[in-house]
Design a protein around this ligand. Structure first.
Ligand code: ZN
Length: 374
């Protein structure tokens, strides 16, 4: 049985899986049906009505764990700007497939499925494959986190490949995320008598001014590149004619290995001084495998052969389901590698290059072959 990954990408795009609400089940069942016919054992794990995660397995031996390949079926909303193509028609032009989810990441899922189906007849008595196809990735890795919480459902994996968009460049991990809220307080008074109040917006603004350009790494060279900080939102005051007694803002910090959340909070506390108190709202560790890991090196070799492009090691700036899955599998080597274009993710008129999907399919097939020794 052979699956054309281009046709499959188009079929998957035609399922409207905009999250919210997601409605991933029909898309997951389409994938599950293909894998079942190819000999995989499949299980659906709905986290809500109409929102199934899919786990498919084949092969398995004592002594070496299977290779896990993972992708998500949900897509982000279309955005406010009008599209010049039909977002769910999966039209082809100029060597590209257009549509919401083409890049992020139905092209990647189709490449995983096509590679897995091609190898399926040869995987009995080998370490085998486990495919984890999640729902709800775009809103905080909801599906992957759900699977992690179901005892025994994920099973084991000796390596993890997440096919998020990287233009087929293998990335040995992704940045972590630390979300923090800053809050300044003041004393309210009538807007005509500012001398009777303490303006919380001024306090917050002074601190934010010091955050712009802050070097969190403090001159150190860290693995995985530089951490970043962004002030994502700011709210202050009640109305035009009062002195604001509260101002709050949100910080989105992207973390790299070697920098700890405790260190960042300590730096912020110093900058905030008496004016702003910082509290941690959420944290997810970076995912990182040493580039010298033999499996990581082998993936680079496979992809260089196929794409003709040799890349230095690097990690993705965005986070992925690996944030949940890598830890749950006991930190096996993890690669983020997929056919989509990272800069097209979540964009109007999203597309994926057909050539990239073909390369990814060939790459995933070779990576799985090497893992399974077939
Ligand atoms: Zn994605």
């Amino acid at each position: 049985m052979m699956i054309d990954p281009i046709e499959l990408t188009r079929e998957l795009i035609r399922f409207n899986t905009i999250n919210p609400p997601g409605n991933e089940t029909p898309c997951a069942e389409h994938i599950g049906g293909i894998l079942e016919r190819a000999g995989f054992s499949i299980a659906y794990h709905p986290m809500e009505d109409g929102r199934a995660n899919l786990i498919a397995r084949i092969g398995g031996v004592a002594g070496k764990k299977p290779l896990c390949m993972s992708g998500h079926t949900d897509v982000v909303p279309l955005g406010a700007a009008p599209w010049s193509v039909a977002p769910f028609a999966a039209d082809i032009a100029d060597g590209k497939i257009f549509g919401r989810g083409s890049t992020d990441m139905k092209g990647g899922v189709a490449a995983i499925v096509a590679a897995a189906v091609e190898l399926a007849p040869r995987l009995e008595g080998t370490p085998g494959l486990v495919l984890v196809i999640t729902a709800g990735e775009e809103r905080g890795c909801q599906g992957a986190n759900f699977l992690v919480q179901q005892p025994g459902v994920l099973g084991e994996a000796g390596a993890l490949l997440v096919a998020e968009p990287t233009s087929n460049r293998p990335l040995n991990g992704h940045k972590g995320v630390l979300w923090i809220e800053g809050r300044a307080t003041g004393v309210t008074a009538h807007g005509s008598t500012p001398e009777h109040g303490v303006n919380a917006v001024y306090k917050a603004a002074r601190v934010i001014g010091r955050l712009e350009g802050l070097k969190l790494e403090d001159g150190r060279v860290l693995k995985g590149g530089l951490p970043t900080l962004n002030v994502g939102w700011f709210h202050g005051g009640m109305n035009i004619n009062s002195i604001p007694d509260e101002a709050k803002f949100g910080l989105d910090i992207r973390m790299v290995p070697g920098l700890t959340d405790t260190e960042v909070l300590a730096q912020l506390a110093e900058i905030g001084g008496k004016d702003v108190a910082f509290t941690r709202q959420g944290y997810s560790e970076p995912v990182f495998t040493e580039p010298s890991d033999p499996w990581i090196a082998s993936v680079h070799e496979v992809m260089a052969e196929i794409t003709g492009e040799r890349h230095a090691p690097g990690i993705a700036t965005y986070f992925t389901d690996a944030a949940a899955l890598t830890k749950a599998y006991g930190n096996p080597p993890t690669i983020i590698l997929g056919p989509g274009e990272a800069e097209m993710a979540h964009q109007t008129d999203e597309f994926c290059y057909i050539r990239r999907i073909e390369e990814a399919t060939a790459g995933f097939t070779e990576i799985a072959k090497r893992w399974c020794g077939v």
